[in-house]
Ligand binder design. Structure first.
Ligand code: XIL
Length: 302
């Protein structure tokens, strides 16, 4: 196969990218997206501040443009993200516990119903754990006011809202075996044992020289898969260039393919020029949409 999407598809996986609605009108951006990728994640357009900037008033237009673009071309869509401490409108943080619980459950229910049947996997909760050795939960309005149970409640509400969607927990710095991934692992194991609905775990996989692809990446993906959930690489980007970057991308692809339940890979953007890593070159296409060495190694590894 000659494209990332086709090659991944031949292996029973998808190969996706984060997409920003405001770039869809740029011809080479759309051409690269449409040619190479068969799944999209809205980069910002499905975050709480984009969909419900004021309480109870939902604005779906921009996210809908991405979903229509994908659907009309047979691409899958990942939903990102329902409950997250960041890109959260101020009004949410001002609520007391009772109203916050109602607002969280209403947000999940309204958004999932709007997109019912159009989204294969949802990041129900994003980044709820702290970095470092504590394995503790991160402070957020949800954690601070609702306590540890907010994650379970969010997943139960999500299952009721759209029983067909795969429900994922998504985080970063959980890509290798470490204290943070151990804490997520313990949560997923507990959820599976108690019948709390969870179907998948997303590994963001933002790598750089401080945080390279872990040597135990495959092993970590496998231990989660062994709990009975799918695993997905959800926001892949790798700082660097040339052969070193190419080899890291190939390692990531090989790790996913070695894990039967690793169902797909999403890179966090089409082109280096629009990467959220403003000064870096972490993606597969350069600023002129030329294929980089990392593109070639990724395609070869698929
Ligand atoms: C980033 C986007 O790429 C940026 O455009 C935005 O300004 C901030 O968020 N983890 C996540 C993503 O789950 O939603 C983040 O996306 C990157 C880190």
């Amino acid at each position: 196969a000659s494209t990332l999407g086709e090659s991944a598809s031949a292996k029973g996986r998808y190969f996706g990218t984060a997409v920003a609605a405001n770039h869809l009108g740029e011809a080479p951006y759309a051409a690269t997206l449409n040619t190479e990728f068969n799944s999209v994640t809205p980069e910002n357009e499905m975050k709480w501040d984009a969909l419900e900037a004021s309480r109870g008033s939902f604005t779906y237009g921009t996210a809908d443009r991405i979903v229509s673009h994908a659907q009309s071309r047979g691409m899958k869509v990942r939903g990102h993200t329902l409950v997250w401490h960041s890109q959260l409108p101020g009004w949410v943080g001002s609520l007391g516990a009772g109203d916050l619980r109602t607002a969280m459950n209403n947000h999940i229910t309204q958004v999932m119903r709007h997109y019912q049947g159009k989204i294969h996997s949802w990041d129900v909760v994003n980044e709820a754990f702290q970095d470092g050795s504590s394995g503790a939960r991160r402070s957020s309005p949800f954690q601070d006011k609702l306590g540890n149970g907010f994650i379970e409640e969010a997943f139960r509400t999500a299952r009721a809202a759209d029983p067909a969607a795969k429900l994922c927990y998504n985080d970063y710095n959980t890509d290798g075996v470490n204290a943070k991934s151990n804490a997520v692992y313990a949560m997923v194991k507990d959820f599976k044992q108690r019948g709390v609905p969870i179907d998948c775990v997303g590994f963001q996989s933002h790598f750089n020289s401080q945080s390279p692809v872990p040597a135990d990446y495959r092993q970590n993906l496998q231990r989660f898969a062994d709990l009975g959930v799918d695993v997905q690489i959800t926001e892949l980007d790798i700082e660097g260039s040339g052969a070193a970057q190419a080899s890291s991308y190939a390692n990531v692809v090989q790790a996913c393919l070695a894990v039967t339940r690793c169902t797909g890979i999403t890179v966090w953007g089409v082109t280096d020029k629009y990467s959220w890593r403003a000064s870096g070159t972490p993606l597969l296409f350069d600023g002129d949409y030329n294929k980089k060495p990392a593109y070639a190694s990724t395609l070869a590894a698929l």
